[in-house]
Design a protein around this ligand. Structure first.
Ligand SMILES: Cc1ncc(C[n+]2csc(CCOP(=O)(O)OP(=O)(O)O)c2C)c(N)n1
Ligand SMILES: [Mg+2]
Length: 347
């Protein structure tokens, strides 16, 4: 079993914004990768801004809608460090994770709108993006419910002697759920290839994590299971990419699970209808001032890999992709009545 001694040493002082990305060394990253990370982050942001307007102003869909705005570096950094055959499973804040895994913006938007062009033909909605082909296994609305499912995926990978890993995203508050502990125990006991990524955005709905959790750093959850662990400053997308890349390599070599805490921050409310009265405007502005996407753009310009004009052009392209996705979703029909029982139970 992986020992705690094998673990990457967590930076216990890490918190978003500790490290200034502009000017950070880029030796190990290709220019293509560095540019693609920016393009992906700006697409996720513009896509979800469009989703917000579609929900609030155009009233194109109802129910809950949880945006990932502010946390895009996690989806982008993680995805580029994975292999296409790796699995990803997430919670309900998963629109951008789904796009990162290869579900198209058109399919995600149409799914939000409840249309047949959606990735699950409009019958899942915001919290249930899914694609067997792309190996994106949800979208789950029960807090922490995806963690035992990820243990099952890890078990299947191991049983079939595959080289893949399963990334399981959880929120900070989800780490207080009983099933989180039970599933981590199984992952560690059976050495299942699951990379559990805690997106620590500091809040569970309107509650500060420190009001509900007895430990100061959530990577410590791994200690009770003698599980490899790490903590990543998510204010720099390259930190995330590097950490997942090296952790993935190690997991494939040693066949063990890993718990990674990524420090991040969401700018919008818990869901679209949350006025956010539990935190100050200054706190949000402080994080926005060192936004990982903007900092990465500055890094590209400072290192002469892009000009301000390039950044503006990629921004326009991202807006167009989001607008096209909305048009596609508008035009796609709703599922017919004859489909009501299809895809509900396994054949
Ligand atoms: C089992 C369960 N309990 C409570 C809820 C209500 N609920 C939805 S989201 C949420 C907070 C989860 O916060 P966190 O895990 O930090 O994820 P984040 O929203 O920050 O991404 C709660 C309590 C739920 N969906 N499922
Ligand atoms: Mg949270």
């Amino acid at each position: 079993m992986a020992s705690v001694k094998d673990a990457v040493k967590p930076d216990t002082k890490a918190k978003p914004g500790n490290k200034a990305p502009a000017g950070a060394p880029s030796g190990t990253h290709s220019k293509d990768l560095l540019i693609q990370l920016y393009k992906d982050m700006i697409l996720y942001r513009r896509f979800e801004e469009r989703v917000h307007v579609a929900y609030t102003t155009r009233r194109k869909f109802a129910g809950f809608c949880h945006l990932h705005i502010g946390q895009e570096a996690v989806a982008a950094g993680v995805q580029h460090a994975l292999r296409p055959t790796d699995y990803v499973i997430g919670a309900y804040r998963s629109h951008t994770q789904a796009i990162a895994k290869g579900i198209t913006p058109n399919e995600v938007m149409a799914e939000l709108f409840g249309k047949v062009g959606g990735c699950v033909r409009g019958k899942g909605g915001s919290m249930h993006m899914f694609s067997k082909d792309k190996r994106f296994l949800g979208g789950h609305g029960i807090v922490g419910g995806q963690v035992p499912l990820a243990a099952g995926v890890g078990f299947a990978i191991k049983y079939r002697a595959e080289q893949d890993i399963c990334v399981c995203y959880v929120g900070d508050a989800a780490t207080n759920q009983g099933q989180f502990f039970e599933a981590l125990n199984m992952m560690a006991t059976w050495n299942l290839p699951v990379l559990v990524i805690i997106e620590n955005n500091r809040y569970g709905m309107g509650t500060d994590i420190h009001r509900t959790t007895s430990i100061d750093h959530l990577w410590k959850r791994a200690l009770g299971f003698d599980m490899a662990h790490s903590q990543v400053d998510g204010s720099n997308v390259l930190n995330i990419y590097d950490a997942v890349r090296s952790t993935g390599d190690e997991m494939r070599k040693k066949n063990h699970p890993h718990l990674m805490e990524i420090m991040t921050y969401r700018y919008r409310g818990h869901s679209v209808s949350d006025p956010g009265a539990y935190r100050t405007k200054e706190e949000v502005a402080d994080y926005q001032a060192r936004d990982p996407m903007l900092m990465h753009g500055k890094f590209l310009v400072a290192n002469k890999m892009a000009t301000e004009e390039d950044l503006a052009k990629w921004d326009e392209e991202a807006k167009k992709t989001a607008a096209d996705a909305e048009d596609f979703a508008d035009q796609s029909p709703p599922p017919g009545e004859e489909e009501i029982w299809q895809d509900v139970y396994a054949d």
